[in-house]
Ligand binder design. Structure first.
Ligand code: NDP
Length: 336
């Protein structure tokens, strides 16, 4: 058996952490033949919760789980990390301005980027879940000059999966038959879930929607007024219905993102991930934006050549403008 893969999870004592740990330890991330070491990072007040989760991991007797480390020291947590799932973040509290939120998170993701730079394995891959995820990833990347920017990503897979779920229901197809959906831009209310190139069991989704809803105008209206806002605001809907935030689906999407990145997207093909922009599709360079992507050989690449109509252009530009604003704000605060 090969050497265990080291996976660092920050905020591991929190809710998403609790939903992630057991699935990773059971092999959901890297498959049934790869052992894992889990390094759980917490702030001091979260340590007991992480220690408790570690006890339960022990009690689960996962054959693939080689070791669990619980620590409040980023240098220890990121030592030899092959994958880093940055979940812990400073939540927005009542009365907090956006600048305060960015600054509080700069205090978390700057030092974590530095610790990744100094201690992680050469092949480290980072996904940021904690919000504002795209800009937190940018902050971490800017503190890790020795790690290629492409290794810092942010999660939009939950948005992607939400879009798949909504479309599957709308065209009455099992979700596995839906392909070619894209989330563009920021993981925020401005994100653009794009179905222009989506198919359901090989049939174009826009035509299927038009047939079901009574024409292309009706389909367009449904997309603009129902589908897009529902995907973007699904987190709030879950809180309202469940009484607490989406945790299991966020953890599941995080695993999907890392598994695809490390093992490849394979025959299911395209998905969405927020990755370093090199200016593809006119997206500003040097922001971490969601794109249509595939992964092969351990690297994401943007799927190029998709048509972008005026409606899509406007939405993509608006979300990217928000990313640029966030970048300017953290730059002004000296965080990047
Ligand atoms: P959760 O585990 O529920 O969420 C963690 C982060 O994920 C939040 O920033 C949250 O953003 C974000 N997130 C992204 N997508 C989703 C989604 N779909 N649904 C819900 N959240 C989403 O938070 P907890 O408060 O339970 O746990 C956070 C833990 O992190 C705590 O134990 C805390 O001690 C720890 N922490 C650790 C740090 C570290 O390791 N250095 C630093 C800071 C905190 P949003 O706030 O927008 O919902």
């Amino acid at each position: 058996r090969s050497r265990p893969v080291t996976i660092t999870i920050t905020g591991a004592g929190g809710q998403i952490g609790y939903a992630l740990l057991f699935r990773i330890a059971s092999g959901a991330l890297l498959g049934p033949d790869t052992a894992v070491r889990l390094n759980l990072l917490e702030i001091p007040q979260g340590l007991r919760a992480a220690e408790g989760a570690a006890l339960e991991l022990q009690d689960s007797a996962f054959p693939l789980l080689a070791h669990v480390e619980v620590t409040a020291d980023p240098a220890v947590a990121f030592e030899g990390a092959n994958a880093a799932l940055l979940v812990g973040a400073r939540p927005r509290t009542a009365g907090m301005e956006r600048g305060d939120l960015l600054e509080a998170n700069g205090g978390i993701f700057g030092p974590q980027g530095r610790a990744i730079n100094d201690h992680a394995a050469d092949d480290v891959r980072v996904v940021v879940v904690g919000n504002p995820a795209n800009t937190n990833a940018l902050i971490a990347a800017s503190h890790a000059p020795d790690v290629p920017n492409e290794r810092f990503t942010a999660l939009t897979r939950l948005d992607h999966n939400r879009a798949l779920g909504q479309l599957a229901a709308a065209v009455s197809t099992p979700v596995g038959g839906i392909r070619g959906v894209t989330i563009w831009g920021n993981h925020s209310a401005t994100q653009f879930p794009d179905v222009a190139h989506a198919t359901a069991d090989g049939d174009p989704v826009p035509a299927l929607l038009a047939a079901r809803l009574g024409g292309t105008d009706a389909a367009h209206e449904w997309l603009a007024d129902h589908f897009i806002p529902r995907v973007a605001r699904r987190g709030a809907e879950i809180i309202e219905v469940r009484g607490s935030s989406s945790v299991a689906s966020a953890a599941s999407a995080t695993i999907d993102h890392m598994r695809n990145w490390m093992l490849g997207t394979g025959e299911r093909g395209r998905t969405s991930a927020a990755i370093w922009s090199n200016g593809e599709y006119g997206v500003a360079e040097g922001v971490i934006s969601s794109f249509p992507v595939v992964a092969e050989g351990g690297a994401w690449s943007v799927v190029e050549g998709l048509g972008v109509d005026a409606f899509a252009r406007e939405r993509i530009d608006a979300s990217v403008a928000e990313l640029v604003d966030e970048r300017e704000a953290v730059r002004a605060l000296g965080l990047i």
